[in-house]
Design a binder for this molecule. Structure first.
Ligand code: ADP
Ligand code: MG
Length: 594
């Protein structure tokens, strides 16, 4: 029989650390939460080499006495709750009393603190969970914690860390979230000796958003506010038509705590159902206030997720609030204010951002005409065997290779499907899927030969990004520039798109780039093998940047069919969906019960 033992504190702490402290950003998160919980109004965060070597968090809060400081390093020592029922009244970020001992167990941990009313401060040093010393020190009131050599004693954890740039991006994102959550505190963030942002106390969330996410984004958002008994929602949301390819810019808070809440993100997505095309996500900074007893924050080790007791009610409330705001906007538009364009529904198909204060629509910034860019139908190579010089021959039925059958064009239904009569029955060709397949293979071939031409934009498109996306983009910049883009970095988190590949309509450049950045954040184009990355780029381009030609007559549809069947894999779109479906004569007769 194995003997049961109580684990020594040091081991228990390291195990707890494994859950709470997954990466350097988690240390920053815990320390910043503590400073805010203590009521600090000035917080400075400094880190080096992605936080691995050095993290310092310093505040002007009330500090700790020597006894309290020693106690704070014990497991389950907290000043924030006394009993389980206090969780129902929770008004602080922390409550488990686990963070400090966890961090101290996996790093060299130095705490200096002086409490109000004390003459001198206390310094405590712990190394890899082993107590080293405690003595007096001089310092102003407040607390300063320096964490260095993170995970030195936990090689397994070190192995999971990503590049410095990625870890640093996570830290920056984390500090931004808390800066948003608490605009009334001043924040300074310093990386490797450089100030990344310094934001004074702000009067409103909107000011804070502008301070740290950029005025370009802030200026384009709408405010939303709503309340019902027990619930209050406030925040900023994107305009109809301004979507993102990923959920990363849907930022949600519950009682000021930054959380990933499925309930809130689904509510948001649902609210934008008619305001954004399928697969696009809104931009949002949403703050939900709710009775602490109606939400469980104790469901995730890092407290990133929460559970609502009345989930359906919260969801319905948020949907109503956001929808009302979006509808109000549409009503304004009808009265000739702010936004041009029809009802929200009719904007759904338009990818580029709806016109908004502070940002000029892309189209108007890019001057026509472009000598290089040709609309899509033209660049299709003429059908095989046609010398490549003369215009396409008069339409003839499509000979489907290998099937010894031919397709005769009947018409186009719903704008989307071309109907063909065949010897075997009926074919419905999905124009979009076929078109994407053809373009995908063309782009693959073009990338493989390294002939990716660029068209320069007359007016470069400025793009401002957050730190994580910046790090990812910098990593792929060379790759993109080798494939027809011309993107230059100018200033921290700012880029300028000076050229786009020839195959892209310049007016699509910004929307496509935002999608591309979204894909990067999801781990896209990350393949070490450039061939795989090229494949992804071609797939993305075919799906997002290639427009369906407007004309869909017999000649065009026959041409589309022949193009498709000269592809290597004509049966599916690059996303693996069928390009056409066939109804056999037998099937048709069965349907008519013949
Ligand atoms: P928790 O935040 O869950 O209470 P921690 O381990 O993070 O647990 O912190 C333990 C205790 O140390 C806190 O409850 C608080 O009393 C004290 N403390 C930590 N950081 C600070 C700080 N920056 N200023 C004042 N007190 C702090
Ligand atoms: Mg804490």
């Amino acid at each position: 029989m194995p003997t049961i033992r109580i684990l020594p504190d040091r081991v228990a702490n390291q195990i707890a650390a494994g859950e709470v402290i997954e990466r350097p950003a988690a240390v920053v998160k815990e320390l910043v939460e503590n400073s805010l919980d203590a009521g600090a109004t000035r917080i400075e965060v400094e880190f080096r080499t992605g936080g691995r070597a050095y993290i310092r968090v310093e505040d002007n809060g009330p500090g700790l006495t020597r006894d309290d400081a020693l106690l704070a390093l014990e497991r389950h020592a907290t000043s924030k709750i006394a009993e389980a029922a206090d969780l129902d009244r929770l008004a602080t970020f922390g409550f488990r009393g686990e963070a400090l001992p966890s961090v101290a167990s996996v790093s060299r941990f130095e705490l200096q603190t002086r409490s109000v009313g004390e003459e001198s401060g206390t310094e405590i040093l712990v190394n890899g969970g082993k107590f080293v010393h405690v003595h007096e020190c001089g310092r102003p009131v407040g607390t300063r914690i320096v964490v260095s050599h993170l995970f030195n004693s936990v090689p397994a954890r070190r192995k999971f860390l990503k590049s410095d740039a990625t870890e640093s991006a996570h830290i920056i994102h984390c500090v931004r979230l808390y800066a948003l959550a608490c605009p009334q505190a001043a924040f300074t963030l310093i990386e490797d000796g450089r100030v990344i942002f310094r934001s004074p106390e702000c009067a409103t969330t909107a000011d804070r958003v502008a301070e740290i996410f950029g005025r370009q984004i802030a200026g384009s958002l709408l405010t939303v506010e709503a309340a019902e008994p027990g619930l209050r929602l406030a925040g900023l949301i994107g305009r109809p038509g301004t979507g993102r390819a990923t959920r990363h810019e849907m930022i949600t808070f519950v009682n000021r705590r930054p959380v990933d809440s499925r309930t809130l993100s689904y509510a948001l997505i649902e609210s934008y159902h008619e305001a954004l095309p399928k697969g696009r996500y809104p931009l949002a900074f949403l703050f939900l206030e709710i009775d602490p007893a109606a939400v469980d924050v104790n469901v995730h080790p890092a407290k990133r997720e929460v559970r609502f007791r009345a989930e359906a009610q919260v969801r319905a409330f948020v949907v109503r609030a956001v929808l009302d705001r979006l509808r109000e906007l549409t009503a304004d538009a009808g009265a000739g204010a702010l936004v041009t364009g029809g009802p929200i529904g009719s904007m759904a198909g338009s990818l580029p951002a709806a016109p908004s204060a502070g940002s000029t629509p892309v189209e108007s910034r890019i001057a026509a005409p472009f000598p290089v860019y040709r609309p899509l139908p033209a660049p299709f190579p003429p059908p095989a065997g046609d010398g490549g010089v003369r215009p396409a021959p008069p339409p003839a039925p499509i000979a489907v290779p290998g099937l010894r059958t031919s397709w005769r064009f009947v018409g186009v239904v719903q704008g989307a499907y071309a109907v063909f009569d065949t010897d075997a029955g009926l074919v419905l060709l999905d124009r979009r899927a076929a078109h994407e397949r053809i373009w995908y293979e063309r782009l693959r071939a073009q990338f493989a030969t390294g002939r990716a031409g660029t068209q320069r934009l007359l007016l470069p498109v400025p793009i401002e990004l957050d730190a994580i996306t910046t790090a990812l983009l910098v990593d792929r910049l060379e790759f993109l520039n080798d494939h027809g883009f011309e993107i230059a970095e100018f200033g921290r988190n700012f880029f300028r798109v000076e050229g786009v590949p020839e195959w892209m309509a310049p007016s699509d450049a910004e929307a496509f780039l935002r999608d591309l950045l979204g894909a990067l954040r999801e781990g896209g184009l990350g393949a070490k093998d450039p061939d795989l990355a090229r494949d992804e780029l071609a797939r993305l381009a075919a799906a997002r940047a290639v427009r369906l030609p407007e004309t869909a007559g017999e000649a065009e549809m026959n041409n589309l069919g022949s193009q498709l069947f000269s592809c290597r894999q004509p049966l599916t779109s690059p996303a693996g969906k069928p390009t056409y479906v066939e109804l056999s004569r037998g099937e048709i007769e069965r349907r008519f019960q013949k």
